[in-house]
Design a protein around this ligand. Structure first.
Ligand code: SAH
Ligand code: SF4
Ligand code: F3S
Length: 519
């Protein structure tokens, strides 16, 4: 094994790397002069596997007593990319850092530990991280004691880990999405060994309860499930996040009740595919509709959820959502394409007609509901006509807004092997046309709101003008409203007076709402 050193840039393969030690199942290599201890490396084959491992729920605490002082007098910083799932993982890691005595800093030059919590969903997300590593290299040279770590979805990719090991050897720590609870131990290893530490499990994934979470503000995220089993042909997430697995209802309910007790105003339930909640329980018959019915009983003003997959959106759920109460009238329902042909190649498992029927059913049951979506343009083989089908579907459903993306091939996914035959200029032109339609629909939905009285949860001062506050309606419409900073965190009743493309202006009509008295 102690041969010469090899180029690992295409795939993850240690054959040929110089082995320094092998102990306790860990192997220490010397690669380009850097000692690297690998506890576990990502493995694409294992990440695709489903059904071989039993999912376990762990309730023990992640931070052992001997590590509770590890960060005393030290500062940490986490930069987060990607979706709410990652944002929430960052809250968990912040919780763990602070349990170990670390304090947060926004100033990276002051930090003793910097983590990049990464996203792998599109190539530009990855490029940003590699660019950032370039900047951080200088910081590391100035401050050799700094611990620099990469975690999140990119760490689950063989090619990324191999590239960091060879070309960014100043990185001290790489860990995966299944290893977050191991942070205290991994940090300790990186601090004391002075070697790069790599631990990425390619498991179907367990559920780890009782991790600390550092939430800020009045809105909180709560995971209800992890992973994804849908394997849409373009998507990396099932490989980076493991199998679909649901938290036990009693754990979710207890967490939301506790947040209600702490005074949180709005909760977003998180999962890649929340409508599949509970499908994996083999001892109880309890699905997402049942969970939402239980959420409706909790005294917390607003409950949101993201993301829905059209496939598991059942009638019981629609019925429960139609009871409103604290279940708000906003549904984010990614469609991806308006062409049945493209949807088939994406393996979304529904047709244009099925989607339209579902959207109509939701609108009938919940009048005034606001629907938003995600769309990919330029999927391999997408014709002009198929793209037009997407545009017409946008109008037909009347989405209030949408996240739009140019298709980005992801190594290891089935679509990456399809011929990517659409010129870049065509993809860009399609994106621009789609965005124009969405801007028009968004403005229309904002104009329709003029004169309406809405409940606004004030989130903060607007970015450009401190006199103006910004908040959200139950339907997730962005609202600008003049008022004192004391309103932040409060519900204000307001009348919509003016429509812009992406937000509305409103005037307060009372300073009292059912949830909160504002003096
Ligand atoms: N679980 C969610 C979405 C997770 S990823 C769902 O199924 O709806 C968020 C969005 O990123 C997706 O909805 C999709 O529109 C987009 N996306 C995912 N993979 C992509 C890729 N390879 N290229 C471009 N966009 C992608
Ligand atoms: Fe990706 Fe599809 Fe799963 Fe969403 S449902 S995370 S798009 S594989
Ligand atoms: Fe990105 Fe991972 Fe979320 S790939 S979108 S951070 S699940």
């Amino acid at each position: 094994m102690n041969g010469g050193e090899k180029d690992f840039s295409k795939y993850f393969d240690f054959t040929g790397a110089k082995v320094l030690r092998e102990e306790d199942g860990k192997t220490t290599y010397r690669i380009n002069g850097r000692d690297i201890t690998v506890n576990a490396a990502p493995n694409y084959k294992d990440e695709k596997r489903r059904g071989k491992e039993a999912i376990q729920v762990h309730y023990e605490s992640a931070t052992p007593p001997e590590l509770l002082q590890l960060g005393k007098g030290k500062l940490y910083h986490i930069t987060t990319y990607g979706c709410q799932m990652n944002e929430h993982d960052t809250e968990v890691m912040k919780g763990m850092f602070e349990q170990m005595g670390y304090l947060p800093t926004d100033d990276r030059t002051q930090a003793d530990v910097i983590l990049l919590n990464t996203c792998a969903v599109r190539e530009n997300a990855e490029d940003k991280v590699f660019g950032e590593l370039g900047h951080l290299k200088h910081l590391k040279l100035e401050k050799p004691g700094l611990i620099l770590g990469v975690c999140g979805c990119m760490s689950q990719e063989e090619s990324v880990v191999s590239r960091i090991m060879q070309k960014h050897s100043f990185v001290d720590l790489i860990f995966g999405t299944h290893n977050i609870h191991r942070l205290p131990y991994l940090l300790q290893d990186a601090l004391f060994s002075k070697e790069m530490v790599v631990e990425v499990w390619s498991k179907e994934g367990d559920i780890i309860e009782n991790l600390p979470k550092k939430r800020e503000g009045m809105r909180g995220w709560v995971n209800i499930m992890y992973g994804c089993d849908k394997f849409c042909t373009y998507c990396i997430v099932p490989y980076t996040r493991g199998k679909e697995r649901s938290r036990r209802p009693e754990d979710v309910i207890a967490e939301v009740r506790e947040l209600a007790r702490q005074g949180f105003k709005e909760i977003t339930l998180l999962g890649q595919n929340v409508n599949a909640y509970g499908k994996d329980f083999d001892d109880i018959e309890y699905r997402f509709g049942d969970l939402m019915a239980d959420m409706a009983k909790i005294d917390l003003p607003r409950i949101r959820f993201t993301t829905s997959h059209p496939r598991d959106f059942d009638d019981h759920l629609i019925e429960v959502l139609a009871t409103r109460g604290n279940l708000v009238e906003h549904i984010h329902l990614p469609v991806q394409s308006g062409s049945t042909e493209v949807l088939k190649r994406m393996s979304r498992k529904y047709t244009r007609e099925m989607f339209l029927e579902l959207a109509a059913k939701i609108k009938r049951a919940i009048p005034g509901v606001s629907m938003t979506t995600d769309v990919i343009v330029g999927f391999p083989g997408e014709t002009d006509e198929q793209f037009e089908d997407t545009l017409s579907l946008m109008r037909e459903v009347g989405f209030a807004s949408a996240y739009t993306f140019i298709y980005s091939p992801r190594v290891g996914t089935p679509a990456a092997d399809m011929e990517d035959n659409i010129p870049e200029a065509v993809k860009k032109a399609r994106l621009a046309r789609l965005n124009a339609v969405i801007a028009e629909l968004s403005r229309q939905s904002n104009e329709d709101a003029i004169g309406q009285v809405v409940e606004v949860l004030i989130e903060g001062q607007s970015k450009n003008n401190a006199q103006v506050l910004s908040g959200r309606t139950r339907t997730n419409k962005l609202v600008h409203i003049e008022g004192p900073a004391a309103w932040i965190g409060q519900f204000i009743e307001a009348r919509v007076t003016e429509a812009q493309t992406w937000y509305v202006k409103a005037e307060p009509i009372t300073e009292y709402t059912q949830h909160e008295a504002v003096s």
